[in-house]
Design a protein around this ligand. Structure first.
Ligand code: AMP
Length: 277
């Protein structure tokens, strides 16, 4: 496994890698959710590259960029174990040199849900992913369904800008109680961790309601809200039942619908989603 920190070293390596090249962009502090992406990339490609980069431009000024958990040594050991060929872990100045001022701004899709709650978030995500695609030049890039809107925004960018690669979606990996794995779960104390299971319980409720024939999205949102509010540490940012492609909120639940939410448990903001139909 080669570890590179500079664009110059990455470029030297890139052309020697047997194709096709599968690529998994991450912010590190890896867990099973990330490793499933790496395993799928490993199974489908001759070479696998993973990036570890906590991207400052996708964090708001009051968000957790500084506290975001980091453990590069452990990450590298895990990636080695998955048969990764190249790990790209650039310092911030390599991706954003002084004076850097060009941005990828995906439109309507990126302004809903997470984009509404976290202004500028997807501009940072799309810009860093575009930059990484240009440097790594993958044939396939792997993203988790856990971040459903991110996946849609990346697909839209790749389509609109004719980027020459395939975007592959990978299902969400969950803990035994349903909590979606996330590097941010490490912020939760014991009581918060228990209450965090309510996100998936609410998503499961939405699925059950749909299964029972409930098509009134407002009624389903109300039931989910009531369930989440039973947990004293939970504070809902949004609960959405939206068209799974456009992310427009639905009055009537029509498949495929994306049921998604952001909920603060204590100070930790968690997101999760399922597709119904
Ligand atoms: P992050 O390091 O949080 O930026 O995540 C890197 C990639 O891993 C993204 O494509 C995420 O959607 C994906 N990912 C994170 N957590 C999970 C999970 N629990 N299941 C599946 N994919 C995940």
């Amino acid at each position: 496994m080669k570890i590179v920190e500079t664009i110059a070293d990455l470029e030297k390596l890139r052309d020697k890698l047997p194709g096709p090249l599968g690529f998994v962009p991450t912010m590190g502090y890896l867990h099973e959710g990330h490793l499933v992406l790496v395993r799928q990339a490993r199974a489908e490609n001759a070479s696998v590259a993973v990036s570890i980069f906590v991207n400052p431009t996708q964090f708001g000024p009051k968000e957790d960029f500084k506290q975001y958990p980091r453990d590069p040594k452990r990450d590298l050991a895990l990636l080695e174990g998955e048969g990764t060929d190249v790990v790209f872990m650039p310092p911030v100045e390599e991706i954003y040199p002084p004076g850097f001022d060009s941005w990828v701004d995906v439109g309507r899709l990126a302004r809903r849900l997470e984009g509404a709650s976290r202004p500028g978030h997807f501009r940072g995500v799309a810009t860093v992913v575009a930059r990484l695609f240009e440097l790594v030049k993958p044939d396939r890039a792997y993203f988790g369904q856990k971040d459903a809107q991110q996946l849609l925004v990346i697909r839209k960018m790749v389509a609109d800008l004719d980027m020459n690669l395939e975007v592959v979606a990978v299902p969400t990996v969950r803990e035994a109680d349903g909590l979606a794995m996330s590097s941010r779960n490490t912020y939760l104390n014991l009581e918060e961790r228990k209450q965090a299971a309510v996100l998936y319980q609410a998503l499961t409720l939405a699925r059950e309601l749909y299964g029972e024939g409930e098509r009134d999205a407002a009624a389903a949102r109300r039931r989910m809200t009531a369930l989440i509010q039973q947990q004293p540490l939970a504070d809902i940012d949004y609960i959405s039942i939206a068209d799974a492609e456009t992310l427009e909120e639905l009055d009537e639940v029509k498949p495929p619908a994306l049921v998604s939410m952001a909920v603060r448990i204590g100070k930790t903001r968690l997101i999760d989603n399922v597709v119904v139909g």
